[in-house]
Design a protein around this ligand. Structure first.
Ligand SMILES: C[S@@+](CC[C@H](N)C(=O)[O-])C[C@H]1O[C@@H](n2cnc3c(N)ncnc32)[C@H](O)[C@@H]1O
Length: 275
């Protein structure tokens, strides 16, 4: 049994250390003490730039949510949502569907109610779809539910920190489901790992850490290439970025090397449905 879902606590904790950059003003709400120690160890021993990197990553998706709304998108489908709360961070809010494991969506739904009652967070319209994306039947069910939720409206699907956890066949199916339910003008914003990630020094340190703390072997990740997205039927690429690019977009620092070899080598792509 892996503990992949616990990475949602980890990324949230590290994001909370850099709210100005990430824009995630609610990240403090999801901090758990046990995760904090592990996250600190992770940042100290594996990747000193992790909080910075995760904040750039969140900012990328947040800016795309805003841009999508400005382009007439009316629904967000957050796949592998964890504790990200984009609809809470934008005005006007956008109806959102969170897809994640049953225990994560149940925990999140209950906590959001608590936070709302305590007036720590505003109310938002969120539909929770408990799904195991690596399970075909569960994915079929998600497709049927999404079809009813997104009718003709343009949507933005977010895949932040999830593609590599899915086996390739299921990941292909996720994109297939999206292409079936999305209308023309809809968007998909994705973060993915390339096959050469395995040569990256930060990634090499991450392998034993993930095995020990998450019972998970990152060498089994599913990798993708830009070419994969170029060939997705019915979509074209409207944005592409590395962390080096994101630093130029959102921060005035110079911490990330051009070839991204001092950070996790994740790339970002945004696709628009053209037919
Ligand atoms: C690294 S976290 C990212 C969370 C969030 N997107 C973010 O960036 O803050 C990965 C998320 O994917 C979810 N996840 C991983 N494998 C999954 C699967 N097979 N089905 C559904 N959710 C999954 C985990 O539960 C977790 O919430």
């Amino acid at each position: 049994m892996t503990k992949i879902s616990e990475t949602a606590f980890l990324v949230n904790y590290l994001r909370s250390k850099n709210k100005e950059l990430s824009g995630d003003i609610y990240s403090d709400l999801w901090i758990e003490e046990t995760t904090s120690e592990l996250a600190e160890e992770f940042q100290r021993e594996i990747n000193p730039l992790e909080s910075y990197q995760l904040s750039l990553r969140h900012r990328f998706f947040l800016e795309w949510v805003k841009k999508a709304i400005a382009q007439g998108v009316e629904r967000v489908i957050n796949v592998g949502a964890g504790f990200s709360t984009y609809t809470h961070l934008v005005e006007p809010p956008i109806p959102t569907c969170d897809v994640d494991y049953q225990h994560i969506v149940a925990y999140k739904a209950q906590k959001l109610k608590e936070f709302e009652t305590k007036k720590l967070i505003p109310h938002r319209e969120i539909v929770f779809l408990p799904t195991d994306l690596n399970n075909s039947k569960s994915l079929d069910k998600m497709k049927e539910q999404l079809k009813k939720w997104v009718i003709t409206e343009k949507s933005l699907a977010i895949l932040e920190g999830i593609t590599y956890y899915l086996n390739k066949q299921q990941l292909d199916r996720v994109f297939n489901v999206l292409s079936k339910i999305q209308s023309k003008g809809s968007l998909i914003a994705v973060l993915y790992w390339k096959p050469d990630a395995i040569d990256n020094s930060v990634f090499k340190k991450w392998i034993p850490f993930a095995k020990k703390n998450y019972s998970y072997d990152p060498t089994g990740y599913t990798y993708l290439t830009k070419g994969y997205f170029e060939e997705l039927d019915g979509y074209h690429i409207v944005d592409f970025a590395t962390y080096f690019d994101l630093e130029k977009r959102f921060a005035k620092n110079n911490r990330i090397r051009k070839n991204n070899d001092n950070v996790f080598p994740e790339d970002f792509v945004v696709l628009e449905k053209v037919r």
